[in-house]
Design a protein around this ligand. Sequence first.
Ligand code: PRX
Length: 632
Amino acid sequence: SFEEYKNSYKQSVNDPEGFWSDIASTFQWKKKWDHVLQGDFKQPQVKWFVNGKLNITENCLDRHLEKRSKQTAIIWEPNHPRDQPIHLTYAELHEKVCKYANVLKENGAKKGDRICIYMPMIPEITIAVLACARIGAIHSVVFAGFSAQAIADRINDASCSMVITTDGMYRGPKKLPVKDTIDSALETCHSVKKVLVVQRTAHPIKMEEGRDVWVHEEIEKVTSDCPAEEMDAEDMLFILYTSGSTGKPKGVVHTCGGYMVYAEYSFRNVFQYEDRDVYWCSADVGWITGHTYLIYGPLLSGATTLMFEGVPTYPDAGRFWKVVDKHQVNIFYTAPTAIRSLMASDLSFVRNYKLNSLKVLGTVGEPINEEAWYWYFEHIGKKKCPIVDTWWQTETGGAMISPLANITENKPTFATYPLPGIQPVLLDKNGDEIKENEKEGYLCIKFPWPSMIRTTYGDHERCRKTYFSSYKGYYFTGDGAKRDRDGMYRIIGRIDDVINVSGHRFGTAEIENAIDEHPEIIESAVVGYPHEIKGQGIYAYVICGDHVPEDRGRIREEIIAMVDEQIGKIARPEKIQFVENLPKTRSGKIMRRILRKVAEGNTSNLGDTTTLLEPKVVEDIIQGAVKLESAV
Ligand code: PRX
């Protein structure tokens, strides 16, 4: 009940160590911790469950074997509805993870090594992740939509010694290469000694002698006996790269103990998972949502987790709902962008299905607009399923502000209340806490929580600067938020130079760097603008010399190819405007605020432009924007 939530919340603030100690005690530890929490936000150095020893896979798998060995752990729905789904029980998953772990060891992997996983959504990606954790290797999953260059950057940043990948992948009607992309990436990665290849499409690929091995052949050589490596609670579990306001993505580091405790606790409480429920998170394992709420949270809780290889619109816009009926899904967690894209199709795609197994719905990744919220509530949840709008980040490891299904209230477009153990605050621009309600401010967190970011891989100072230096003593989220009169939070969106496209984060600088590689581009400035389906779209202003070029079509295509190559198709600018100049202050700083307003089509009130070096530039840009044809 709501009362219980309030009591639990109070206890978590009054006695955080007691609170988390009770929760952590429900897990299987090889050795209990000496202290629950040490450190602070200054260094920052925060440690949870100090000197505790564990292996997260024993908690995901081994400890469930007594009661759940025959229960389905993973339901896999393939890309094409004609193909057979796969059901893996906890016993089968345990066996497969142990075998994969032995294959990793046989191929030279050991505790502490970094292993890059670049794979589509097949059960083997989950098995690969868990196999790494089993032997204490640190997984770094790279989303299978990233380009060779982006993979190479991530592999080199973490000096990965191994890559696990597939020959190819299916995505809707397309069959795409995967191994070829890895081959190009590895041309500039000298740390990688072995590439393990899982067969998916069985089309011919190049295998490099001595480096590349087929997993299905390696599996034949190993047993399923693989004791779990003993890990310290603060040993790294994984690195996951995410974009910030500088050009280079950073490797967010999560550790074994705290992440495990919070992934399970938040999963169980947010979704109110009950035994035998079928739970489906549609996120890709390449993002944090896939890590925490497709793999770790559900498996730690002994849940049945569904993974889907395909896309929501293949073969048609009813696929999600077909899968819900087919597997009798009880809890469904997706992104607002998916809801908006399905909303744009005819309602008959929904009406063909019963959807009567659904009990709880969830969203994540970006603010959900009111229209999408109501459509989801009425047409999918049939007005009987609560919607958990979960606000969190790669850096937070788990959901921080969210309704708890059927326990705390819903309010459309509001992430509502913090989970027990999470202490959000709103700060004003001087860094003072805003105590009153009905106010907006910068969203910060003022007390450590178990699954918080520990460092950015290889560069602790960057972690300190990015998250802990803007406001002393607080973790700064980069988001703005509003608190209503009941104390409920509504996330407004990023206030830094991060764009959220379909729930995926990109730094404006990262895209500008890619565009600037074009030999004819002198300078570029990228901003986000409101996009009906994607939430935000990418709008690029580019300068080619002192005039707008004639062959804009060609350059536009080349810019897009440049972005595809440097980052991936997911970061393509939707609109490209050629300009002669950018609005700059006298000190040379681009006034992005103006560019954002022009991109939004909101030019009636551009605010203060008196500090501009050349105010006429703005007029030219506004006129150019009016004429702009769409790029893609
Ligand atoms: O701006 C917030 C938005 O997504 C950002 C985090 O992105 P990422 O690390 O990729 O993680 C996404 C999945 C957890 C946040 O800073 N965001 C995430 N969830 C919500 C949200 N914005 C509004 N409402 C949400 N529920």
